[in-house]
Design a protein around this ligand. Structure first.
Ligand code: UDP
Length: 332
């Protein structure tokens, strides 16, 4: 639905989520400028119709330089580090990129009078709340520097909304999966469960590792709420339309269904038709046992309705991308 043509900055538009949201925005008639340092993203992932500016949010002049061109209606902010394990080992990287980077972006937005922001946040801000499914009312108690840095960014955004009449929406993602046509997930190193599982039927690994089999869950492995990248991307368009000046609105984004690591492996076996051996390994530091969204608020207030809630659909789309790009974008 073309609401009105907007000129938008997408930070992190060379990454998995940012590049696919940028595609959807272009498909809806918007004008897109991508700002990405290409440290973890891929030049090839940036949609052809977007303008790519290579720059780094840790340098205040970089976002300022892009926005100075003028006429921007909003920013969608994905540029961040997003690995739990790395954040436990190198917290300084997470605070510098995710917090300082967001501060530099916000200051540039205020200086250039950009009115709205959609922020890529995470359920990692909650840690492991007492109540699951997790609602937006849960007290945030992050268990790792990744979640803490994203929560700090949310605090910054709230304060900028109050002080400067910015309209912002944070979407707290649960576990994003799947692909959008020729665009998909390609991380180096790959730490995420579904792409790692798929390396087995691709013939690139003999087995997948299960990190932790002694969690307080029905089969002892960690439970996550998986959401299709297309459904996640659609929520960003709704968020853009529903940003309100002076307000910071926060929504959880998941399907409300939890799947254990063993259940995801079994689903991947069904989708790929291959047997996928698994080795049991120790828990990964910083991983909570069970993260499932109570996502009524995003449905009620933004009218979000997932089109692809089945885990098999997400894995099938990820599998199609993996088969088409067995060594990721760079080799493609
Ligand atoms: N996981 C696993 N083996 C892997 C990768 C991940 O057992 O090779 C587990 C991980 O410990 C977590 C779940 O799968 O419990 C989802 O991990 P992922 O890295 O995909 O997403 P996260 O929840 O950390 O954002």
């Amino acid at each position: 639905m073309l609401w009105r043509r907007m000129k938008l900055l997408v930070t992190g538009g060379a990454g998995y989520v940012g590049s696919i949201v940028a595609r959807l925005l272009l498909e809806n008639g918007h004008q897109i400028v991508v700002l990405d340092n290409l440290e973890r993203g891929h030049r090839e992932a940036v949609p052809a119709d977007a303008q790519l500016v290579v720059g780094d949010l840790r340098n205040p002049e970089d976002p300022r330089g892009v926005l100075r061109a003028g006429g921007f209606d909003g920013v969608l902010h994905f540029a961040a580090l997003a690995l739990v394990g790395e954040s436990v080992e190198h917290p300084e990287r997470y605070y510098r990129t995710n917090v300082t980077g967001t501060l530099n972006l916000l200051e540039a937005m205020v200086a250039e009078a950009v009115p709205r922001l959609v922020f890529s946040s995470t359920c990692a801000v909650y840690g492991q709340p007492d109540e699951v499914p997790i609602s937006e009312a849960a007290a945030p108690r992050p268990q790792n520097a990744y979640g803490a840095s994203k929560l700090a960014a949310d605090h910054l955004i709230s304060d900028f909304c109050m002080a400067y009449e910015l309209g912002a929406v944070s979407l707290r993602y649960f576990n994003v999966a799947g692909a959008h046509g020729e665009a998909g997930e390609d991380h180096e190193p790959e730490t995420h469960l579904i792409p790692n599982i798929l390396k087995v039927p691709l013939g690139q690994r003999d087995a997948v590792q299960i990190f932790g089999t002694d969690y307080p869950t029905p089969d002892g492995t960690a439970v996550r709420d998986y959401i299709h990248i297309d459904d996640l991307a659609a929520a960003h368009l709704l968020a853009l339309q529903h940003a309100r000046a002076g307000e910071h609105r926060i929504f959880n984004l998941g399907n409300g269904n939890g799947f254990s690591v063993r259940e995801v492996i079994a689903a991947a076996e069904r989708v790929t038709g291959s047997s996928i051996p698994a080795h049991e390994a120790a828990r990964r530091p910083g991983d909570p046992p069970r993260l499932v969204a109570a996502a009524a608020k995003v449905r009620d207030e933004l009218g979000w309705a997932p089109q692809k809630p089945e885990l098999e659909t997400m894995i099938a789309d990820a599998w199609a991308f993996a088969q088409a790009n067995p060594h990721g974008y760079a080799a493609g």
